[in-house]
Design a protein around this ligand. Sequence first.
Ligand code: ZN
Length: 198
Amino acid sequence: METCEHSKTSKKAISREFFGKTFKGRGEVCSECGAILWDKNSQNAFYDWVSKLDDPKARDKFTVQFFLTNKATLCLDKIVKQFPGSDKTMILRALTVIYLTAVAPFPEFAAHVENIMDSEVFKDLSRGAREQRYKVHFKPLVLIDLQSWAKIAGLPPSKFMEEAILRLLSVYIENNPILKEFWKSTILLRLELILKAA
Ligand SMILES: [Zn+2]
C-alpha cells in the first residue's frame, strides 16, 4: 500500500471526537485521502474548544473509568499509605499524568515500562478478575495527551490508562535495582511534587 503524501490540500470543515463531544472547525484536508492536516490554527482552535469544556457541571464528561485487579488495588493502597492525606483517586491521577508527561515521551523510560510487561510482577498484577472500578477526573488538556498516546497504542483511553497504571505499579514493586532507581528518581519525585501541589 502506498502512503499518501498529502500533496494537495484544501480548507474544509473538520471534526474530531473528544470524550463524547465533537469538535467542529475548519482546517486543511488532503484532497486525495481525506486526512486532516492539523496546523497551528486548527490545533489552537481545538485546544481553545477543549479548555472551554472544563465546566464543573460537565465533570462526568472528563472522567475516565477503568478496572483493576484486587492485587493491583492492594499495591495502590500501599502507595496511598506513603502519602498521608492522599487517596486512591489522587494517586491514580498523578501516576497517569507522570506516565504521559515523564515516561511515555522518553525512549529510555518507555523501554522500562514496555519491558516490565514480560515480568512476573506485571503478570501477577494483571491476572484474575478486574473487580475494582475507578473513576478519575482529569483536566481536558491532560485528556488530549491521554487520547493521543492511546491512539498511538491502538487502545481506547480507558484501557491505555489501565495498562499504564499496571506498568507503573509493577515498577513500584519490582526488585530490579535499575527499576528501583527509575521509580525513585523519575516517578516518586514527581508524585511528591504533584501531591504537594494538590
Ligand atoms: Zn493524503
